[in-house]
Ligand binder design. Sequence first.
Ligand SMILES: Nc1ncnc2c1ncn2[C@@H]1O[C@H](COP(=O)(O)OP(=O)(O)OP(=O)(O)O)[C@@H](O)[C@H]1O
Ligand SMILES: [Mg+2]
Length: 216
Amino acid sequence: MVGVTAPYAGTPLPVVTLSVVGPGATRQVAGQVARRARSGDIVVLVGDLGAGKTTFAQGFANALGVTEPVTSPTFTLVREYPLDRPSGDDSPSSALATLFHADLYRLDTLGDVEDLGLAERVEDGGVAVVEWGDLGAPVLGPGVLTVRLEAGDEPDERVVVLEDGAGRWRDRWDDLVGSLAPWDPVVAVGSGRGVPTGGAPTVPDKLTSPSKQEAR
Ligand SMILES: Nc1ncnc2c1ncn2[C@@H]1O[C@H](COP(=O)(O)OP(=O)(O)OP(=O)(O)O)[C@@H](O)[C@H]1O
Ligand SMILES: [Mg+2]
C-alpha cells in the first residue's frame, strides 16, 4: 500500500482550487506539482473524457525531464519513463528514477487495479500519475494527491482542484500553493473523502461510474 503519513486529526484537509485557461497552463500547474513529487507518490487524475488528464500528465512528465511524447496509456495501461535528471537540478523530485503513467479506464475490477502493482512500483524512487484514478481509490489508498479537472465557464478553462487526502503532502503544501499563485489559488477545507475510516471499503469490486459508461 501507499505509505500514508498521519491523517489530519481534527484539522481541515487542505484543498486548493484554481482556474486554469488553456492546455499550456494545465501543463504548467502539473509541472509545479511534479517538481515537489517524491518517491512513493501517486497523483490521481479525475475528470470526464477530454477534461485534461493526459495534458496534466504531459506537463508532469516534462517537468521531470521526459522529452519523449507522453500519450494516453489507455491500451498499455501503464507506461514507464526512466528519469534522467540534468545535473545541478536540486529540486526535491530530482531523486526520482521512474515515472509511471497509468490509465484505469479500461479496467473492470479493483483486482485488475491491484494487479498493476502501482503502489509497490513507486516504492523505491518511483512516482505515478494515474488517469481515472478515482476508480481505483480503494486500492490506491488515501495517501494519494487527487487532482480533479472540471469544465470551466470558457471552453479552454478548467477548474482544477487539488486535494491532499491524508496528509502525505502536508510539509510541501504551502510551498505548492505558493507556486500556484499565477492561477489565483483558493484554499478551502476538504471533503475528507480520502481519509481512512478503519472500516472495509464500501465500493463494489466492479469499477463503475456514470461517466465511464459513456462511449469513448
Ligand atoms: N485548460 C485546459 N487544460 C487541459 N486541456 C485543455 C484545456 N483547454 C483546452 N484543453 C483541451 O482539452 C483536451 C484535453 O484532452 P486530454 O487528452 O488531456 O483529456 P483526458 O482527460 O486525458 O481525456 P480522456 O479521458 O479521453 O483520457 C485537449 O484537446 C486540450 O487541448
Ligand atoms: Mg487521457
